[in-house]
Design a protein around this ligand. Sequence first.
Ligand code: ADP
Ligand code: MG
Length: 255
Amino acid sequence: MSKVIAIANQKGGVGKTTTAINLGYSLAVLGKKVLCVDIDPQSNMTSGFGINPVSLEHTTYTVLIEEDDIKNAIVFLKEMNVSVVPSSIQLAGAEIELVPMISREFRLKNALKDIKEEFDYILIDCPPSLGLLTINALTAADSVIVPIQCEYYALEGLTQLMNTINLVKKSLNPNLEIEGVVLTMFNARTNLSIQVVDEVKKFFKDKVYRTIIPRNVRLGEAPSFGKPISLYDPTSKGAEAYEELAQEVVERAKI
Ligand code: ADP
Ligand code: MG
């Protein structure tokens, strides 16, 4: 059994990439076989794992556009026990290049088909848009994790995301589910953060993970060292939170 999870929210800066890196690593620490796939042209997940996205020969771009075998693109990070399919800036053009292509929504799903069973969890870090790249992720995925930032307008845009998920369910991937909603960048000292948690719980009910990711400077620093938080600062609140989230994800997904 394996589970493909898209980490999606078309808003930028809500914690998608931070969640992909740190949930991915924490799942690996729990003994799971993990593959993290970067489909954001900005390649933040790639560099956050310490991989330089410049001048890579095999990336999600070559996989999606040139039908390169995804096995060529997988980088196994031995010290983290995590596999990564890196992205590159070339992917910025893919949104348009995909438009006339045959089975344009299914290209990631097809690419993952042969390797899916080699992993317990495949996490896909989506770009901040609802274009064809995100559609590819939602089509390839069994479920979606939606990170929501505890900030002003937290719920804004979520109707659009839910509509897209429902459209994909109807026409491309009938079994797609919401895996969970994770609240990020929580600041216990502000009423606003507390209000956002309440609102999101009203809307998504038991889909909301008990674990709430606090705002933690160390989480913001870790990517520039190319490390997950649990390697960069294992005793930080951020590390603790993502380790807890991984346990909760496993409990719920039962894989
Ligand atoms: P997205 O992928 O949704 O655009 P990111 O995960 O890249 O969002 O997060 C946006 C910025 O906020 C990044 O600079 C990241 O390091 C920082 N960040 C993410 N989560 C936290 C957190 N819990 N506490 C502090 N900074 C965070
Ligand atoms: Mg990102």
